[in-house]
Structure formats: structure tokens, C-alpha cells
Ligand binder design. Structure first.
Ligand code: HEC
Length: 172
């Protein structure tokens, strides 16, 4: 009976290898399982992942490269700051242009929770600090008056984000 446990060990080892290989394409949510933002991170991963890259939610939906960019690729929240009212506005109106992102794919309390989650974690890889008007921890990441709604939707097109790249972030 010493042979059986050994083969089980080999099978278990083989399974462990295949599991870790499978995990390469799939990123983990970086919010702790017992965090109050965990639910929102899961909702984001479920509903927003296809179009937005955001490490906090383990998603890679934004374009990594301008040559492979698709029309539906939205801003990369690793390098883009956000504040609550703006995210809510985007969720309710389908982005700022209303042209590509579907509106109201998350509603009610989940929409607020996702907006708070995005606002808190967005910009983690952005160069420089949190811009003025994007709120901070003390005010719950609420936008200040002049940033609450975009004045010109075209400013928020990912391909016109100013730095000359795709707007989905450097280096990714
Ligand atoms: C089908 C693709 C798609 C899905 C799904 C999607 N988005 Fe978007 N989103 C976009 C695109 C494209 C833009 C940029 C153009 C625009 O603003 O209309 C955008 C813009 C945004 C913006 C504005 C960001 C900025 O600063 O310019 C926010 C915030 C946002 N999305 C949040 C979300 C959230 C939260 C979800 C999930 C509930 C989501 N998106 C789902 C494609 C998508």
C-alpha cells in the first residue's frame, strides 16, 4: 500500500502545475476578501472587466498597445484617477460620450459601491499625486464641484488624453 499514496502525490503535483498555468491569464482581485470594497470589486470584475484595466479588480480590458486597440477599450484605471460622481455619471450615462460604454449595467447601491471603489483605487500607477478636484480619503473621494461632470466629453476619449499615447496608460 505504499505505491498508492505516491501516485496520488504525483497526480496532485501535476494538478497544482496545471492550476498555476491556467492562472496566468486571469488576474486576482487585489481587494481583501473581508474588505468593505470586495463586493464592488467583484461587480467591477463581472461587468466592467471587458473594457477597463484595473489592477484592484484584476481586470485587463483596456488596450495594452495602440496597434491592438479596439473601439470599445475604455480608460485604464491604473493610470487614470476618478472621483465618485464622475464614475456614477459614467455608469448612468454610458461613459462620458455615451457612444460606446453601455449605460446602467450596474444600478442602485451597486452602482454607488462600484463608483466608490473605482474612485478609491484608481490612479495607483499614475505619475504624480491625486489631482485637485478628485477628492481624497477625508471626503470619501467625492469630486469637487468643477470635476463632477465633464465639461467636454471629447476630452475623455481615450485617444485624446493629452500625453500623445492611447490614453490607456504608459508601458502596459
Ligand atoms: C463595452 C465596453 C465598456 C464597458 C463594459 C464599460 N465601459 Fe466604462 N468606458 C468605456 C469606454 C470606451 C469609455 C471612454 C469613452 C467614454 O467616456 O464614453 C469608458 C469610460 C468610462 C469612465 C470615464 C473615465 C474617464 O475618466 O474618462 C468611467 C468612470 C467608466 N467608464 C467606468 C465603467 C464602469 C464602472 C463599468 C462597469 C459598470 C464600465 N465602465 C463598463 C467602455 C466600457
Amino acid at each position: 500500500m505504499t505505491r498508492l499514496p505516491k501516485s496520488i502525490t504525483i497526480i496532485a503535483a501535476a494538478l497544482a502545475v496545471s492550476v498555476s498555468v491556467a492562472a496566468c491569464g486571469e488576474q486576482k482581485i487585489q481587494v481583501a476578501a473581508d474588505s468593505p470594497e470586495r463586493h464592488a470589486a467583484e461587480v467591477f470584475k463581472e461587468r466592467c472587466a471587458g473594457c477597463h484595466t484595473f489592477n484592484a479588480a484584476g481586470t485587463r480590458g483596456s488596450a495594452a498597445n495602440i496597434r491592438t486597440r479596439e473601439r470599445t477599450d475604455g480608460p485604464n484605471f491604473n493610470v487614470r484617477f476618478a472621483c465618485v460622481e464622475r464614475v456614477l455619471y459614467a455608469i448612468q450615462n454610458g461613459g462620458f460620450s455615451g457612444a460606446i460604454m453601455p449605460g446602467n449595467i450596474v444600478v442602485g447601491r451597486d452602482a454607488v459601491a462600484v463608483a466608490e471603489f473605482v474612485s478609491k483605487y484608481a490612479g495607483s500607477e499614475a505619475p504624480g499625486g491625486r489631482p485637485a478636484g478628485m477628492g481624497d480619503e477625508a471626503n470619501g473621494y467625492q469630486c469637487t464641484a468643477d470635476t463632477a461632470e465633464p465639461s467636454d466629453p471629447s476630452e475623455n476619449q481615450p485617444d485624446q488624453a493629452g500625453s500623445g499615447d492611447s490614453g490607456t496608460g504608459p508601458g502596459e
